[in-house]
Design a protein around this ligand. Sequence first.
Ligand SMILES: Cc1cc2nc3c(=O)[nH]c(=O)nc-3n(C[C@H](O)[C@H](O)[C@H](O)COP(=O)(O)OP(=O)(O)OC[C@H]3O[C@@H](n4cnc5c(N)ncnc54)[C@H](O)[C@@H]3O)c2cc1C
Length: 372
Amino acid sequence: MQKTKKLLLVGGGHAHVFLIKQFYLKNIPGLEVVLVTAGQYQYYSGMAAGYVEGIYKEEDMSFDIRKMCHKSRIKYIEGRITGIDVENKCVKLENHETISFDVISADTGSEMAGKNTQGVVEYAYCVKPLENLFKLRENFIEKMGEKSQVVIVGAGAAGIEIAFALKALSCKMKKNVEVTLAHSGNLILKGYNENVREKTLKKLEKDKIKILPLSKISSVSENNLTIESGKQIKYDFLVWAAGPKSNSMYKDSGFTVDKAGYMVVNRYLQSVDYPFIFGAGDCISFSDFKYVKKVGVYAIREAPYLLNNILKFIGNEELKEYIPQIDYLAIISAGNKKGIMQYKGMAKMGRLSWKLKDYIDRGFMEKFKYYE
Ligand SMILES: Cc1cc2nc3c(=O)[nH]c(=O)nc-3n(C[C@H](O)[C@H](O)[C@H](O)COP(=O)(O)OP(=O)(O)OC[C@H]3O[C@@H](n4cnc5c(N)ncnc54)[C@H](O)[C@@H]3O)c2cc1C
């Protein structure tokens, strides 16, 4: 009789929620599945800005990973791993415990860039991890007064969505707050097409959201930001959305990582160093496909391939290539149930774009309510 194999899932990210559900639908004999993740709840980023604005409730965008695992016969362990010991095939946890595995899959996401800038942790609301948004919304409602100065650092999709959301929320609160987007580059929405950028700039102007390009923040103090040029900006409420950053754990564990520190995988979603290590989502970087961005869309698309290849690897079968799509539908939430849509070079702004986003996002979450 064949020995039971142990699959360890690290992180309850957007790819692993799919795997958890598949293990509910199908029991795999001879496979023990364990999941270790930093927190019981996982949040769907597609609904994050809508939550801040007040369109969605916390439960609309949350997965109860512990309950999902229970339904799927997966052992759930709450904890943060600090390293992967490939020689002894085990992971180390923050509390110094270890968990062994035969095969491991990593879906630990990314961290927030610039968090080590002086004063950020003390004074800013970081948009990652997403659970920070609960406090952000609560304190915004509590603290914002007439003419309060709100500064959002970062003009990628996350920073822009939060800027629109806070502007819309302040209008609902009948408070005339001033919102400014400060960023280090000279273009907003890096990686998006020119049409989307144009439509977004128009909407920012219409909402009276100011943009401060070429403004890399060198330090933060109470109510004051210092830009590298030495210029100071006053703020009453500061949001940090400076983009993704890798977790150093993969590099420290001896894996091949890309320039930014993300674990390099091949087209089978397998570490280029060790065939028994798989990964998906923000924490990986493809050796072959440099165009893949750190967005949840990729984590979700990778998930079925990830599961299939893990099971094939365990069964000694041939793995199947995953070729990530270059183009994908992206809809930026622009506040007050409006959206800016990008698809194949085209851009559309308005209510229809938001309706489509809402339909897709609610439909996605609906698939995971099987555990209730
Ligand atoms: C405000 C905001 C809005 C966004 N909106 C969109 C959007 O509309 N569409 C889109 O496609 N993308 C969006 N993104 C990007 C998206 O959030 C990420 O690309 C996506 O979350 C990546 O998914 P993931 O599965 O890789 O990791 P995550 O969803 O980040 O999940 C990682 C999981 O791993 C756990 N974890 C982390 N470290 C450890 C550890 N050391 N040990 C154990 N567990 C660990 C975490 O607790 C978490 O459960 C947005 C991002 C932000 C910040």
